[in-house]
Design a protein around this ligand. Structure first.
Ligand SMILES: C[S@@+](CC[C@H](N)C(=O)[O-])C[C@H]1O[C@@H](n2cnc3c(N)ncnc32)[C@H](O)[C@@H]1O
Length: 242
């Protein structure tokens, strides 16, 4: 794992989690809609108990709420931040299913020696931190870790077609400051520094191709948050064969 990933996770929790929570709790990342879509996509496929692995679970606010209404057999959440996992532990305190929380890296968590077969893999707002070759590895490992009929779901920022990352960042800088007026100027500056250093969004076709190249049978966008930082919820079907 590159030092930047560790630095990213550590910084996020030490300095930025309160700022991030301001954005999520005021709906600026569409988490109400994301929860609805996650529940709908899971319920449509898994009427019977299913296992779920959440990558970069953070405090698991969305997932702990959604899964309280689903027939979960086991939940495993992984994150690089011990502080995140401690908040996630509290959020899952009343869960009626076994919960495992591990302080580890996403790629390591998915390696065949560290994971058994699982029905659902879910990751929100975290894969865009990886460089492209690590995104490729992650999708390949996720595809291998899924059971027949399994699903991977991700919710990630999308690079608009026809823009380079640099042009996108330049356009976003001013627009986001306005859209995120709930943040104090120094909070925005801190968040912007993080985005500018660590965010590597793919185009919608790029996100789909990562899954299809890894052997997923289908990749479909099922929800899009519009605005200066568009984010897509994508579902990847493992398909009938393995
Ligand atoms: C923007 S937060 C998203 C949290 C949560 N998934 C959500 O949607 O609210 C990013 C999370 O990714 C974690 N993280 C960053 N790099 C990671 C890595 N390589 N492996 C595991 N977790 C990582 C951070 O600690 C943080 O909890």
């Amino acid at each position: 794992m590159p030092a930047s990933s560790k630095q990213n996770a550590a910084d996020l929790f030490r300095f930025e989690w309160g700022i991030y929570r301001k954005l999520t709790s005021t709906g600026l990342f569409g988490h109400v809609e994301v929860a609805e879509v996650l529940e709908r996509e899971i319920s449509a496929r898994f009427p019977a108990p299913f296992s779920i692995l959440e990558l970069a679970c953070g405090d698991a606010t969305v997932t702990s709420s959604v899964l309280s209404r689903c027939p979960v057999s086991t939940y495993r959440g992984i994150d690089l931040s011990a502080m995140a996992l401690s908040l996630a532990r509290s959020n899952f305190a009343a869960a009626p299913f076994p919960v495992t929380l591990e302080e580890t890296d996403m790629l390591a968590a998915l390696s065949p020696e560290n994971t058994g077969p699982v029905d659902v893999i879910w990751c929100g707002l975290s894969l865009h931190h990886l460089p492209q070759d690590e995104k490729r590895q992650l999708f390949a490992l996720a595809r291998n870790a899924l059971r027949k009929g399994g699903m991977m779901a991700v919710y990630e920022p999308v690079l608009p077609d026809g823009l380079t990352r640099d042009a996108f960042m330049a356009r976003m800088a001013g627009e986001l400051r306005q859209a995120w007026a709930v943040l104090a100027p120094d909070e925005f500056d801190h968040m912007w520094q993080h985005i500018n250093s660590f965010d590597f969004p793919e185009t919608l076709d790029g996100w789909k191709s990562l899954g299809l190249a890894a052997g997923f049978a289908q990749a479909q966008e099922v929800f899009r948050l519009t605005g200066p930082m568009p984010c897509s919820f994508l579902v990847y079907e493992a398909g009938p064969s393995h």
